[in-house]
Structure formats: structure tokens, C-alpha cells
Design a protein around this ligand. Sequence first.
Ligand code: UD1
Length: 348
Amino acid sequence: MKKIISIVGARPQFIKLAPLSKKLRNYYREIIVHTGQHYDVGMSDSFFRDLDIPKPDYNLDVGSGKQGEQTASMLTKTEDVLIKENPDAVIVFGDTNSTIAGALAAVKLGIRTIHVEAGLRSFNRSMPEEINRVVSDHICDLLFAPTITAVNNLKDEGLTNNVYNTGDIMADVLLENLEKITDNKSPGCSDNPYYLLTLHRPYNVDDISKLKRILDLLNKTDVEIVFPVHPRTKSKVDEFGINKYKNIKYINPLSYTEFLKAHLNCSKVITDSGGIQKEAYLIKKPCITLRSETEWVETVESKWNLLLSEYSDDLPDIINNFNPAGEHPELFGRNVAEKMVEIIRRKI
Ligand code: UD1
């Protein structure tokens, strides 16, 4: 049996790995490498448990650090594993530091490397993720693009060989888990209407005056805000004591299923995450994205997602009044993991 190594490290990558790993194991010996970028139980273990992902064969324990420091540590440690295991292919996911480190280590060893979620662009080079995406796409051998827009972005950069429009793998996870949900109760969420909030992008949370401005404004919306707080955000919130808002309920990060329930039950979602914009679309929730641009432009074009980056005094009203309706075309495909494995079997 040929051997494939899947490299993950951060929360959204565990989600993307889940369905692919399941299908891949019918034909390949899969080895999972966890870089250790996310290490809290609520950011890592709960996802492996919840989504029934096999225990990683390696945990590189890199932990947190500056961009270069963290990426360098992953690169060195991943290279050692790849030399030892000598796989037939490597799979990397998304746009985190674990993605670029895994891709770089693999291609330099001449190992065929597959990028899941290729071709996304925010065209904002101040985001570490944008650098990770561009570099990963240009060095990987097989590019699995989630949307036509992503395929076209790759084309604009001269990348047309071995590019496949597979659909978005997170749609597989969402649709599968929706079927398993029997109740809508999630920790910290009440039966009253609420908006669900997530915030973790450095440009929203690292500058304390900006983070405070956002929370001050969200405190004035018509309904309660439920806020599962990412550790990056939590450290800022605690350091500066901005955790006492009447209208904002802070809770711990949720597992995949708990978050899905909280999402299904909310009136609207307010986020700066990429994945949540898609999930909101798939379950038909109005989504307000606190960013000036998005990689998932289709959700904005279809008018289910509203981009806001000004944080002006009327932000609470804009959120309260955002009520998309109407057309809801299928944007992200179905049975994506299966399509990916079919392509991998032809190529690897
Ligand atoms: C990373 C990804 C981002 C992705 C996000 C999902 C990069 C550059 N960014 O951002 O694309 O959307 O994951 O969550 O790869 N921390 C903990 N416990 C943990 C993990 C992190 O306390 O388990 C804290 C640490 O203080 C750390 C900070 O969160 O310094 C940021 O973590 P890091 O992995 O560097 O980036 P994220 O903001 O999570």
C-alpha cells in the first residue's frame, strides 16, 4: 500500500482532514502529522474526538511563537519525519503556518505534494495566510481548488497544470454532521435570540483599541452576543480587562458539533473567520464578516454575507437590519473528499 502523510496543525485543518482521512484510508496507508500549532484541548483534541479523526502518528509540539520562529520549527521537525517515513505523497490544508512549513519541507525532498483549498486569495498581503497560500500554491504539485473563483485566481498566476475544481471539503463535514445533530443545545447559548460572534484575525484583535471599538459597538446590538473566545483574542481581552459587557457573553471555544449547534440556533453570525462564512451560507444564516475583503467572494455576491471593516457608529444598526433573502445557489459542491481521493488515485 502506498503511503501518504497528511500534515495538520490548526483548528480548521482538523476539520478539513476528517472526511479526507476517512476516504483515503480505503486505498492508502495514511500517517497524520500534527505540528502542534494548536495545542489546547478545546482547539485540538476536542476536534479529533468529535470528528472521529485517527490519533496523529506524530505530534511535533511546536506550540506558539513568532511567525518565522513557529514556521521554522515546523519546517525542521516536519523534514525529519518525512525523511524517516519517505511517503509517496504529502497533503497540506488551507493557509496556516503549518501549511507552508509542510509544503516546503515536502517539495524540497522531491515528494509530491497536494494542496487542499488551493487558489483562495484575499489579495491582502498583510495577512500571514495570504503569503502562506500564494507560496503553497506555487510549490505544490496537485492543487485542489474549492471554487471556480479559486481556479481563476490560480490561472491568473499562471497555474493551470494539475488544478482541479473539487468543491470545498468543509461542506462535506458540515453536511455529514448536520445529519447527526438531534438537539440544538450548545454550552453557553440560551433559548433567547442571539448573534454568534467569533474574532481572531490579528488585524481585529492584536490592536487593543480596535478590539475594544468592535466590542463596544457589538455591545449595542439588539440581541445578546454569544462569543466563544479564541485563545489569541482571550489573551488580549484578559490583558486589557475588556471582558465586562452587558450584552456580550464570553464562553470557551466550542467543539465542532457544539459550534454547529450554536450556529444553527443563532439569528445571525458575526465573524472574521473564513470557514464560518461558508458554514453560515450552507445553513442559510445571515453572516456579517468583520473584514475588508474575503476569499469566499461568492457568499458576498449572493448577498448572504456582508463585509464590514469601518466599525462606524452605525455598525449595530447595520447588523440588526441585515436580512438576506432570496437566491441561494449551491456554491461549494458535494462529496468533495471522494472526488479528491479519485484524483489522488489517478496521480499518486
Ligand atoms: C491560526 C492561523 C489562522 C487560522 C487560525 C484558526 C496562521 C498564520 N494562522 O491563527 O489562519 O484561521 O489558526 O484558529 O497559521 N494559542 C493558545 N492555544 C492554542 C493555540 C493558540 O493559547 O491551542 C494562542 C497563543 O497565544 C498563540 C495565539 O493563540 O500565540 C495565536 O495562535 P497561532 O496558531 O499562532 O495563530 P492563530 O491566531 O490561532
